[in-house]
Design a protein around this ligand. Structure first.
Ligand code: FE2
Length: 277
């Protein structure tokens, strides 16, 4: 058995996206361009309506998956194929954009806290032009387990002990866990040894990841290895632990299009302009 260690630490940078939503970009910025197969990680968190109210009006995606995990507030999702839904607190939408969709993600509240995370997961070349697919999952379908005293984990994708996350059939075999550590709690997590993985602390002062403190808003990139030790820091904390199979393919990226070659990006732009999404 080999322990994973922290190889790199990154803090999100302040930016805005959509029609002016303020957010922290943690993956997909100059300090961490990507962590194959993960292309982007954003956290949006504000109780000031002006920071989020403009939302993300209609925009395209092709070639990858967007994973939205709502922690507080409501976002209404709709696309040009007639799919729509309300993403409320604790719900997850795993959207496989495949060959293309046009969608909007708009706040369904005019005040109060809006808090969530969006992760982009790349698709292998063979799946980039598949039909779009949605997995909309309410909080009641996400198993909550206590793998160790004082630890509660929500298993969104992948497996933790006997608990299997509701997200299924994703090419990169992801593990997506939301782990709450009570004060004094400690926990050893098995991970597929060669999958790329990170931990991101989003609540509490800090958590110990692989024996080192990681503060709120900090992402720890992990080495290879089959065990990860997590422990509470100075108090309770909550963190994401995400792992996935690296694709090791070339990446050509232009905004909301992520393909393998520049020619495929040109094709995506042409298809989008011609209304073929
Ligand atoms: Fe989007």
């Amino acid at each position: 058995m080999s322990q994973r260690t922290i190889t790199r630490r990154v803090r999100g940078i302040d930016t805005n996206d959509g029609a002016g939503v303020k957010l922290k970009r943690i993956i997909g910025q100059p300090n961490l361009d990507m962590l194959d197969p993960f292309l982007l990680l954003d956290e949006f968190r504000s109780d000031q309506a002006g920071d989020y109210i403009a939302g993300f009006p209609e925009h395209p995606h092709r070639g990858f998956e967007t994973v939205t995990y709502m922690l507080a507030g409501h976002m209404r999702h709709g696309d040009n194929h007639g799919n729509q839904g309300d993403l409320g607190p604790g719900s997850v939408q795993w959207m496989t954009a495949g060959r293309g969709i046009l969608h909007s993600e708009m706040p369904q509240q005019e005040n109060g806290l809006m808090w969530g995370l969006q992760l982009w997961v790349n698709l292998p070349a063979a799946d980039k032009m598949n039909a779009p697919r949605y997995q909309d999952i309410g909080p009641d379908r996400i198993p909550r387990v206590q793998p160790s005293p004082g630890v509660e984990a929500r298993v969104i994708a992948g497996r933790l002990g006997e608990a299997i996350g509701p997200v299924q059939g994703v090419a990169t075999a992801p593990l997506y866990l939301d782990i709450a550590l009570g004060a004094g709690a400690r926990f050893e997590l098995d991970l597929p040894p060669e999958h790329h993985a990170f931990a991101y602390v989003f609540e509490g002062e800090s958590a110990d990841v692989a024996g080192e403190p990681v503060s709120r808003g900090e992402l720890a990139v992990l080495s290879e290895g089959d065990l990860l030790t997590l422990a509470a820091g100075t108090g309770a904390a909550r963190l994401l632990v995400v792992a996935g199979r690296p694709l090791n393919e070339s990446v050509a990226r232009y905004g909301p299009f992520v393909m393998n070659t520049p020619a495929q990006i040109q094709e995506a732009i042409a298809d989008f302009r011609a209304g073929r999404f």
